[in-house]
Design a protein around this ligand. Structure first.
Ligand SMILES: Nc1nc2c(ncn2[C@@H]2O[C@H](COP(=O)(O)OP(=O)(O)O)[C@@H](O)[C@H]2O)c(=O)[nH]1
Ligand SMILES: [Mg+2]
Length: 267
C-alpha cells in the first residue's frame, strides 16, 4: 500500500480530539446512510489502548492530560458500503482498507518547530499531510504576528529538506516535484475548533489567508497541492452543547480530499 496520511499540528490545536472524532463520533447524519462512508480504526493494540483511554477521559469531563512521551500511533482508514443502500446500490463493493494514517503523540514542544529527524522518513514517503492549527489561538504564545507562518514554515521546510536529501541519496520521492522543488503530495491545512469562531461556516481559504496575512503567498511556494479546510471535532462547546455524544462537523473532508488528490497524482 502507498505511504500513510500523516497528521501533524500545532500544540493544543486539537489533534487528539480530532482523532477521537474520527474514530468514535463522526458525522451521524441521515443522508450519510445512503452513501459510502469512511471509517478510521486503530491498527494495533497500543493504538487501540491509547484512543480508548482518551475517549474515557473525554467522557469523564476531565481535560485530556498532557503527553510526556513520544508514541507512534497507527490507524487504518476503511471505505464502507452505505448503511442503508438504495435498491440500485445493492451490489456495491464491500468494505476495503484504503489507506493508513499515522500520528505521533508527543509533548507540545515537539510540534512547535521543525519536524524531528526520526519522523522525517515517513513524511518523505507519505501520500499526504494534514496540518492543524487553531484559528483562534496562534501556535506559539510569543505574541508574534507571524506565529502561524512560523509554524507552517518550520514544518514544511523540514519536510522539503528531508525530501531533497532522500532524493539525493537515490531514493525515489514521488511526493516531491523536482522541477519546482515543491512538496507535491496533497497537504490539507485545517482550521480546528471552528465552533468557537463567530462565523464557523466562513470560507476556510479566505480565513486562512487572513491568519497568514501577507505571508499567505508563501504557502504556495512550499506546496504544489494544498487546500484549506475548517472543522469542529466536538461540534460545540460541551458546556453549552449539553450531554450526549459530540457532533463533529466536516472532520472527514480533509481526508476525503487527500485520498482523491493522492490518487489523481498517482501517489
Ligand atoms: N470547542 C471545541 N474545543 C475543542 C475542539 N477540539 C479540541 N478542543 C479543545 O482544545 C483543547 C486542546 O485539544 P487537544 O485535542 O488536547 O489538542 P492537542 O494538544 O493538539 O492534541 C482541549 O481543551 C479540547 O477540549 C473542538 O472542535 N471544539
Ligand atoms: Mg494531544
Amino acid at each position: 500500500m502507498a505511504g500513510s496520511i500523516v497528521l501533524w499540528g500545532a500544540p493544543l490545536s486539537g489533534k487528539t480530539t480530532y482523532l477521537l472524532s474520527l474514530v468514535f463520533w463522526q458525522e451521524h447524519n441521515e443522508d450519510n446512510e445512503r452513501y459510502r462512508r469512511l471509517c478510521l480504526l486503530p491498527a494495533n493494540a497500543s493504538t487501540a489502548d491509547w484512543i480508548a483511554a482518551k475517549a474515557r477521559t473525554f467522557a469523564s469531563g476531565e481535560p485530556l492530560p498532557k503527553t510526556s512521551t513520544v508514541e507512534r500511533l497507527e490507524f487504518r482508514l476503511y471505505d464502507l458500503p452505505p448503511r442503508r443502500p438504495r435498491f440500485f446500490q445493492r451490489r456495491t463493493a464491500p468494505s476495503a482498507h484504503v489507506a493508513d494514517l499515522t500520528f505521533w503523540d508527543a509533548p507540545g514542544e515537539f510540534f512547535s518547530g521543525p519536524i524531528p529527524d526520526e519522523l522525517r522518513p515517513e513524511l518523505v514517503r507519505a501520500r499526504g499531510l494534514i496540518l492543524v492549527v487553531n484559528p483562534l489561538q496562534p501556535p506559539s504564545a510569543n505574541g508574534r504576528s507571524s506565529a502561524y507562518w512560523d509554524f507552517f514554515d518550520g514544518a514544511l521546510r523540514s519536510v522539503q529538506q528531508a525530501m531533497i536529501s532522500a532524493r539525493d541519496g537515490g531514493v525515489p520521492v514521488p511526493g516531491f516535484d523536482d522541477t519546482s522543488r515543491k512538496i507535491r503530495y496533497p497537504v490539507a491545512v485545517c482550521l480546528s475548533q471552528a465552533d468557537r469562531a463567530a462565523n464557523p461556516e466562513r470560507d476556510p481559504n479566505e480565513w486562512l489567508g487572513e491568519l497568514l496575512g501577507r505571508d499567505q503567498r508563501l504557502l504556495t511556494d512550499w506546496l504544489a497541492n494544498k487546500s484549506a479546510f475548517s472543522f469542529s471535532a466536538i461540534g460545540g462547546d460541551r458546556a453549552t452543547a449539553g450531554h450526549g455524544d459530540p457532533r463533529p462537523k466536516y472532520v472527514m473532508h480533509p481526508i476525503r480530499w487527500i485520498l482523491r488528490e493522492s490518487e489523481r497524482l498517482g501517489l
